[in-house]
Each structure stands twice: as C-alpha cells, then as structure tokens.
Design a protein around this ligand. Structure first.
Ligand SMILES: NC(=O)c1ccc[n+]([C@@H]2O[C@H](COP(=O)([O-])OP(=O)(O)OC[C@H]3O[C@@H](n4cnc5c(N)ncnc54)[C@H](OP(=O)(O)O)[C@@H]3O)[C@@H](O)[C@H]2O)c1
Length: 264
C-alpha cells in the first residue's frame, strides 16, 4: 500500500515521458531551465541563434546524462519560428507537453531616445515572436493531451523602472497574454503561467548594468529587495519546473514573481 502511494506521488512530481521546448536555452535563465526540466525527466529541445553555443551546451548535457537536442532559430523571423516547430514536431512525434518562452532582448534608454527600430527589435523578440510561437505550437501542445506554457516575464512588466519602458511594455503584454491564453486553451488541456524574475546575473543583465542609467536602475531594485541580493538562475528555474509538473495541474493564468520580495 505504501509503495502504491509512493508511485502515485512520484508521478505527480516527475516529468518523465514529457517533451519540452525551451527558447534561448544556451545561457542564463534558459540554461538553468533546460537542466531543471531534464533532471525531472523531460526530453528537451532548445533553440538560440548561435550554433557553437548550442553544440557546447549539448555536449555538456550529454556528459551529464540529460536528454537534450537543439537547433538554430532566430525567433525574430517568422519563417524560422515555423521551421523550429516543424523540427520539434518531427523529433517529438507531434506531441509537445511544455513550451517555455524564455528568449528575450533589451535596450535601455529614456522614453524620448527610443527609435522605431529599437521598439521593433524589443517588441518583436519579446512579444510578437512569443505570440506566434504559441500559435504554431498549439496543435502539438493540444495533441500531447497535457500542455503547459511558461512565459518568462519580468518584474519590469509589473512595476515601473527607469529606462525600461519598451521592455516593460513587452513583458506587460506577455502577462496579459498569459491570462487570455489560459482562458482560451483550458478546453484543450493547456495551462499557461508567467514567471516574473527580479534581477538575475546573466549576460542580459550585464549589458544593462554596463550603462550608468541601467546600473542605477538595477541598484535601485536590489536596494528595495527584502532579501538584499540578486536572484540566481536556479531560483527561477525551480518555479518553472514546478509549474510544468502534474502537481501544478490546477494552476493556470497566473503571473508569479520570483524577486526576493521586491514587488511586495
Ligand atoms: N537576467 C535578468 O535579470 C532577468 C530579469 C527578469 C527577467 N528576465 C528574463 O529572463 C529571460 C532570460 O534572460 P537571461 O537574462 O537569461 O538572458 P541571456 O543570458 O541574454 O540569454 C538569452 C538567451 O536567449 C537567446 N536569444 C536571444 N535572442 C534570441 C533570438 N532572437 N532568437 C533565438 N534566441 C535568442 C540567447 O542566445 P543567442 O544570443 O545565441 O540567440 C540566449 O540563449 C528573458 O525573457 C528575460 O527577459 C531576465
């Protein structure tokens, strides 16, 4: 009897037999998410723009015994997004359980200084491509019988920060899209949630703190964070993995902060 209970419990806390696509899995938060999902038993596919980075990551994961494949895709290009989903469909035999929309970009400027090109690059990468990727992933997620989408948002989408206006708009749009998608696709057994991290040391953050205005903005966030420090990539990936587990089957349409108390 105790053994039966353990098997049932084990299934609720396992991703064995599940398939996942993580965009931007070659570094930072995406890299940690890939490891976390694969360690829970999922088979994972990643994409990024740099083939060498993908190859290095796949080598590393193979040596750790993790089941990960990868292919190049610039998410800004509609054709490449469609091609990515064809590859995923073929590798995973038409069934995708988990889609983690992680890849994103940022350019920090004052509102008066943003160009039309800056706005297109940020909104295109962080919101339009994500919206389209969900559309093309829908048949695969539906056919899995148990789909979960996790959007990697940001506290910037919830609270106004200096020099982040366009990035903030892209993440604010993502937060609302999470709720609409959860509503429309619940009938297809697809859940959707967003995880909104505070500052985490990654290449994206490094680029921001290289400018004095960006640095000031991030220091301001950390100084208002209860735990008094930045987050670690593993502290973000833990929640992402939890949201994908069968144990989280009643959680959908939520935007959850992982921010050491900053937005409280
Ligand atoms: N770091 C933070 O403080 C922080 C805070 C809040 C939210 N976030 C969010 O967390 C997520 C991950 O950020 P991160 O800090 O880990 O960033 P990162 O270290 O810069 O990693 C970004 C990943 O996305 C890929 N990528 C970027 N643009 C792409 C494109 N057009 N097509 C395909 N892949 C692309 C990158 O690979 P290639 O360059 O080779 O394409 C890389 O694998 C983002 O959604 C970000 O907004 C980060």
């Amino acid at each position: 009897m105790a053994e039966t209970k353990w098997v049932m419990k084990d299934k609720r806390w396992s991703l064995h037999g599940m398939t996942a696509l993580v965009t931007g899995g070659t570094r930072g938060i995406g890299h940690a998410i890939v490891e976390e999902l694969a360690e829970f038993g999922a088979t994972v596919h990643i994409c990024a723009r740099n083939q060498d980075d993908i190859d290095k990551c796949l080598e590393e994961w193979k040596s750790k015994g993790l089941n990960v494949t990868g292919s190049v895709c610039d998410l800004l290009c509609s054709d490449q997004r469609k091609r990515l989903m064809e590859i995923v469909g073929s590798i995973f035999h038409g069934k995708l359980n988990i889609l983690v929309n992680n890849a994103a970009t940022n350019i920090t400027k004052k509102i008066t200084d943003y160009t039309a090109e800056d706005i297109s690059a940020i909104m295109g990468t962080n919101f339009e491509s994500v919206y389209h990727l969900c559309q093309v992933a829908h048949p695969l997620l539906k056919d899995s019988g148990n789909g979960s989408i996790v959007f990697i948002s940001s506290v910037a989408g919830l609270k106004a920060l200096p020099v982040f206006s366009v990035y903030a708009a892209s993440k604010g749009a993502m937060n609302q899209f999470t709720k609409n998608l959860a509503l429309e696709w619940a009938k297809d057994n697809i859940r959707a949630n967003a995880v909104a991290p505070g500052p985490v040391k990654t290449k994206l953050l490094e680029c921001i703190v290289n400018s004095s205005e960006g640095n000031e903005s991030i220091n301001g966030v950390v100084s208002q964070t209860f735990v008094g420090r930045m987050g670690e990539t593993k502290e973000i990936s833990a929640l992402v993995a939890f949201l994908c587990l069968p144990a989280a089957s009643y959680i959908t349409g939520q935007v959850i902060c992982v921010d050491g108390g900053f937005t409280t």
